[in-house]
Design a protein around this ligand. Structure first.
Ligand code: HEM
Ligand code: HEM
Length: 216
């Protein structure tokens, strides 16, 4: 059997039971961690005084930010390959629509924020080298050939788009987390369990309930 069929069958064995596959689970938590780091590092770096750590933090922020775009594209490809599970939250009605809208908005922001950041980075002269995840060189967008007044204009637009994206994300993340907590603690359904790493029952473990001490 071809490898991709085997991988798909393995992943579908999870999604058919209402769980994200381990690959989907790790995509979610790695991206969630990166997004939180980006919100924090972006907020801090804009407030650092010029010099010292400011440039290094800009670099880290930009390179990790671009990896969110890359991961979002991989995640999208994975989703086309293996459909997401149907959880208890996917019943008919507004909750399903709200969950889809949140998901689409997240992915829109995962594209908008890195693209506007990349545009900002490319409009600041002289353009500094940028590496995806610190490794793969990414060329600047072609703004260096524009007149400097246009470069300022691009920088200004990209900055506004970036800040709007930040506001959108900063609103969406708490709404998403509150919705997840509501499903878990209020509705007591399987939605959150579906995105948590699996904790296997160890079948080999001794069953202590069956243990009867020997009387000798
Ligand atoms: C999902 C990814 C990203 C998130 C969540 C994010 C978040 C942020 C935040 C919170 C700020 C501070 C805004 C403020 O308080 O004024 C910021 C600023 C900035 N970000 Fe990002 N960012 C992301 C991706 C990127 C990327 C990929 C780049 C560059 C390639 C980038 C470049 C910048 C720059 C240059 C600023 C400074 C803007 C200014 O000085 O006003 N960001 N970002
Ligand atoms: C910055 C933090 C977070 C971001 C950006 C985020 C983003 C996302 C995205 C894009 C999805 C859609 C599935 C996917 O593409 O992976 C999703 C699903 C989900 N997330 Fe998060 N998430 C974050 C934090 C959390 C936290 C802290 C929880 C739990 C308390 C959580 C619980 C869930 C659940 C339960 C689903 C599945 C929803 C369903 O099956 O309809 N997320 N999240």
């Amino acid at each position: 059997m071809r490898l991709h069929r085997l991988i798909r069958r393995w992943a579908v064995s999870y999604t058919e039971g209402g769980k994200y596959s381990p690959i989907g689970v790790w995509f979610h938590w790695i991206m969630a961690g990166l997004v939180l780091f980006q919100l924090g590092s972006g907020w801090m770096m804009s407030r650092y005084p010029v010099g010292g750590n400011k440039l290094a933090t800009y670099e880290l922020h930009s390179e990790l930010g671009l990896s969110i775009l890359f991961l979002a594209l991989l995640r999208f490809g994975w989703r086309l390959f293996v459909p997401d599970p149907v959880s208890d939250a996917d019943g008919p009605g507004w909750q399903k629509r709200a969950a889809h809208l949140t998901q689409i908005s997240f992915y829109g922001l995962f594209a908008l924020l890195p693209l506007s950041g990349w545009a900002m980075w490319s409009a600041i002269q002289p353009v500094q080298p940028l590496r995806l995840g610190g490794l793969v060189a990414i060329p600047p967008m072609p703004f260096h050939s524009l007149r400097s007044s246009w470069q300022f204009q691009v920088l200004d637009w990209a900055e506004n788009v970036h800040v709007l994206g930040v506001i959108g994300l900063a609103l969406l993340v708490p709404v998403h987390i509150i919705a997840a907590l509501k499903h878990h603690f209020w509705d007591r359904d399987n939605t959150v369990r579906g995105i948590l790493p699996e904790i296997r029952d160890d079948e080999a473990a001794p069953d202590h309930t069956q243990y009867t001490p020997r009387a000798d």
